[in-house]
Design a protein around this ligand. Sequence first.
Ligand code: 13P
Length: 254
Amino acid sequence: MAERPFIVGNWKMNGTRAMLSEARAIDRGAQRLMKVEVALAPPHTLIHAVHREAEQIGVGAQDCHAEPDGAHTGDVSATMVADAGAKFVILGHSERRQDHGETSKLVRSKAQAVFDAGLKVILCCGETEETRDAGKAEAFVTRQLRDSLPTEVEQVGERLSVAYEPIWAIGTGRTPTVEDVAAMHNAIRALLVELYGEEDGAEIRILYGGSVKPDNAAELLAADNVGGALVGGASLTAESFLGIVIAAAELQDR
Ligand code: 13P
């Protein structure tokens, strides 16, 4: 695992102000687990409130528009989420690709906009079960990333993370084998080195996402080239999310 693992909670379309107590508890827990970088991506409506509560954890957004401003009713720009306190934006999540028809080309222009706004990016990729069963998962994911990642990025090593989230593992309780996770992360690492060079390509953290829970986090996080986790359901309570953060911290002690 990377020097300092990155454990990120994606709250998806969950959370009202009543959930701020969980964010506070997560922040307090993270203060005791400084070997791990912990962050939350609440819905847009809670970014500022979570940012105000957070002393230790990073706060990010789950998406943004590719333009900085303009006539785009209902949309929110990278500049706006930055103004609310976000330090990063998750982009290209399979739920956005599926629910909103987001193409890799659009994801790339959003990533450029996020970098231009001075924020970091967590760029998601992942295959369907059909693609995996056909033995085409690595080819699909590396193609998707090639098409989604901007090529000219300053300090890309520290500003970009990639999240590998097999679609069939999201919210299902199923996960790939540790060997399959390692094989995919190694393939992604090779692509990142090809795109960004040895130094930056090696520095970019590759997170695993899809049914990460306190009881499977240690084995998934210990796999080759896994630099952290992107967590959905299990990030909604401090108890389960901190269970994952503790597993990451314990691996650092090994
Ligand atoms: P679950 O952890 O609920 O499977 O969700 C994973 C995910 O999509 C995080 O972005």
